[in-house]
Design a protein around this ligand. Structure first.
Ligand code: URA
Length: 190
């Protein structure tokens, strides 16, 4: 694709018909936040509100994510947020494997543009796509792997926390570990 640019990515995404999801989308949801952030959060795919507004994590899950970020002293200006698929799967079903496959190159391109130090997968779909197809979110959340210069971890999806209160404490531990990793990386730069 030659020299990488946001314009190239956006142009490709807005016209994308690589999988069936374009037929039912209202908006392509590329990302939001700081395009030079040290930390990138990756969710599953747009929900209803996200599809209507063209922005990720603006519904109830997004409100919880904002709160968890502020609890570790981060705001949307410190992070970049995207999804595995950029168009809403109808009825909020899981994105199919061929849909994820069709969309992942856009995310790879986006990672090269943002160049985060840390990638946080939100939920099992993102963790399976980014870390390992056999990833078990309940068992392996909070673990760190270093790959291709990125520090990568996964935690529960905020929607899972809204459905099941008992997941909030472990998710909070994961967020504290993310804060610690970010501090460590920054200190090593000094
Ligand atoms: N859930 C996701 O995985 N992504 C969003 O953007 C919103 C809800």
């Amino acid at each position: 694709m030659g020299e990488k640019s946001w314009e190239t990515l956006e142009g490709a995404c807005y016209g994308c018909k690589k999988c069936r999801l374009w037929e039912t989308r209202h908006n392509v949801v590329i990302g939001k936040g700081n395009k030079n952030a040290d930390i990138m959060f990756i969710g599953e795919g747009p929900g209803q509100q996200e599809d209507l507004q063209g922005l990720p994590f603006v519904g109830p899950a997004g409100q919880l994510l904002d709160k968890m970020l502020s609890a570790i002293d981060l705001s949307i200006d410190d992070v970049y947020i995207a999804n595995i698929v950029k168009c809403r799967p109808p009825g909020n079903r899981d994105p199919h494997e061929d849909e994820q496959e069709a969309c992942l190159n856009y995310l790879r391109y986006q990672l090269l543009l943002v160049k985060p130090r840390i990638i946080v997968c939100l939920g099992r779909i993102a963790a399976m796509a980014i870390i390992s197809p056999t990833f078990r979110i309940t068992k392996q959340r909070g673990e760190w792997v270093e790959r291709k210069g990125y520090w990568i971890t996964a935690t529960f999806h905020p929607s899972a926390l809204l459905r099941d209160e008992s997941k909030k404490r472990p998710a909070w531990e994961d967020f504290k570990s993310i804060q610690k990793k970010l501090l460590e990386l920054k200190q090593n730069e000094l």
